[in-house]
Design a protein around this ligand. Structure first.
Ligand code: HEC
Length: 153
């Protein structure tokens, strides 16, 4: 009985610590609302890498494109907490959002393969497909995303 009580008290302490930590992190999150989301940094990097590809196409620098393509297809992801926030917001649209990302991944992979074979025509076609997939996600999600997480526009 004594043991049971001890366990019970321990559990109570344990849960109040968890609850306090959770509340603190929630508060921190609310305060950070004005800070840019990590996804924005990921996107800026994607934008730079795509620009670099354009430059490399003009120079027919296929080796550079072969280096850049995996950075686009396997771009960084936001940290877990932000991912959960985004997925929660997306709800049933999560599948569509993810499928645009898969399209980018496939097209950029194809671009890298074509670059390895110095096949300029195929590189350009895959580049175009990649850019179309960026656009498709932006047209569907960018504005509502900015509105939800930054409260603008
Ligand atoms: C799955 C959806 C999705 C895909 C695919 C996607 N983006 Fe984005 N992108 C977003 C969202 C959402 C934002 C708005 C983020 C924000 O403002 O914080 C954004 C914003 C951006 C921005 C603006 C960042 C800024 O500083 O305001 C750039 C640049 C960008 N994306 C580039 C790209 C490029 C290049 C690709 C393709 C290689 C791409 N994105 C693919 C969802 C996507």
């Amino acid at each position: 009985m004594n043991n049971f009580l001890k366990t019970h008290t321990l559990l109570k302490t344990f849960f109040s610590v968890i609850l306090a930590a959770y509340t603190t992190s929630l508060n921190a999150q609310t305060e950070q609302a004005e800070e840019p989301m990590s996804l924005r940094t990921v996107m800026e990097k994607l934008g730079h890498d795509m620009e670099a590809v354009t430059g490399a196409i003009s120079k027919e620098d296929w080796a550079l494109i072969a280096e850049l393509a995996p950075k686009i297809s396997h771009h960084a992801e936001p940290p877990m907490l932000e991912k959960v926030q985004i997925l929660t917001w997306l709800g049933s649209d999560a599948g569509e959002f993810r499928s645009f990302d898969m399209q980018v991944q496939e097209a950029a992979t194809e671009m890298g393969e074509a670059a390895k074979q110095a096949d300029g025509q195929r590189v350009i076609e895959a580049f175009s497909k990649t850019q179309q997939s960026c656009l498709a996600c932006h047209q569907n999600f960018r504005q509502p995303f900015v509105k939800r997480f930054y409260g603008e526009r």
